[in-house]
Design a protein around this ligand. Structure first.
Ligand code: APR
Length: 320
């Protein structure tokens, strides 16, 4: 069987890390695309030279030509600009929307059958625009945010309780922004909901609330520390988990930004929900019953995504 082809649009901090992880995990041959001449070629060559040491045979190619995406099975998009300290993800909207238009056209021309994972921020609005610009079916265009947000939540919980991250699961709904909704009663330690962990006295309610807030601010905390860019190791690992579930038809249930068609009372907008990721792309959106406080928080998050989508329509009227 021929190797799969993974194309990474954007060969910056996340793009390079994606290429490294995809090669180490032997997911397939890798194309690194960027508009800055030399960067994708240089990173591809450097990574290829780690192959003999690591023992992977993936072919790596760096390019600035869209035709090299031809026939890609998976495309992961990080093209655009990241945040600087003091900026919100929303501040990136105008510039990254133009990038999505170019990328969408390239995908439409050369990789119509791909499964596309968008990482570029502001995530929920950019994945919405990318689906429109590319014209690919919505089940094959998803955004990566929830896997990262829940990984941050899991890390903080495991660290606080001094237990293995493997035994902590987390559930995060909503947009990838300050209004994201980490759900404590669906997040567990070895199956025990965090709400029960608080009742058992293993963690205080105040500590849990602090962790929830730190999860919401997780991206900004790293931007503040790095000063010259945003997080890249955990975002890359998260998108690779999604790509792997698609390529291996694992049917993992992962929190992803998916286009809703009535679930959770939302139509047409992309927002973070649990979905089954398999060979059919986002095969099924899992709809859980929310209590009134959760629904209110979710609605607020959806409203903020819808606000960004309206802003996109003003900048690019053909999206309306
Ligand atoms: N086409 C292709 N690549 C582009 C384009 C374009 N039109 N515009 C910019 N790029 C490339 C840049 O040259 C750069 O190499 O996208 C890359 C982005 O890489 P970084 O600046 O290192 O940003 P990174 O940390 O990888 O984050 C990328 O993901 O998490 C989000 O907010 C983050 O939107 C940002 C994106």
């Amino acid at each position: 069987m021929a190797r799969k082809k993974i194309a990474l649009i954007g060969a910056g901090q996340i793009g390079g890390t994606l290429a490294h992880l995809a090669a180490l995990k032997d997911l397939g041959d890798i194309v690194l695309f960027d508009i800055v001449d030399g960067v994708p070629q240089g990173k591809a060559l450097d990574l290829a030279q780690s192959g003999p040491v690591e023992g992977f045979d993936a072919k790596l190619k760096g390019t600035s030509e869209y035709k090299d995406l031809d026939g890609a099975d998976v495309i992961i998009v990080t093209a655009g600009v990241p945040r600087k300290p003091g900026m919100s993800r929303d501040d990136l909207l105008e510039i990254n929307l133009k990038v999505m238009e170019q990328v969408g056209a390239g995908i439409a021309k050369y990789a119509k059958d791909a499964f596309v994972i968008c990482i570029t921020n502001p995530l929920d609005a950019m994945v919405w625009a990318l689906q429109k610009f590319s014209g690919l079916p919505a089940n094959r265009v998803v955004g990566m945010a929830g896997v990262l947000d829940s990984a941050r939540f899991r890390h903080f919980i495991a660290d606080e309780l001094n237990v293995s991250v493997e035994d902590v699961t987390a559930f995060v709904l909503g947009g990838h922004g300050d209004s994201m909704v980490p759900l404590a009663r669906y997040s567990t330690v070895a199956g025990i909901p965090l709400t029960d962990i608080v009742k058992m006295g293993w963690m205080s309610k105040e500590k849990l609330d602090q962790i929830i807030q730190r999860t919401r601010d997780g991206g900004a905390e790293i931007v503040g520390l790095l000063k010259t860019g945003s997080a890249f190791y955990a975002p890359a690992a998260s998108a690779i988990a999604m790509a792997e579930s698609y390529l291996k038809d694992k049917k993992r249930v992962l929190p992803v930004a998916a286009q809703l068609s009535g679930q959770y009372g939302v139509k047409g907008t992309y927002v973070g929900v649990p979905a089954v990721i398999g060979a059919g792309g986002a095969e099924k959106v899992v709809e859980i019953a929310l209590n009134s406080a959760e629904q209110k928080a979710f609605d607020k998050s959806v409203a903020s995504v819808e606000g960004l989508i309206e802003a996109c329509k003003k900048i690019a009227p053909k999206l309306a």
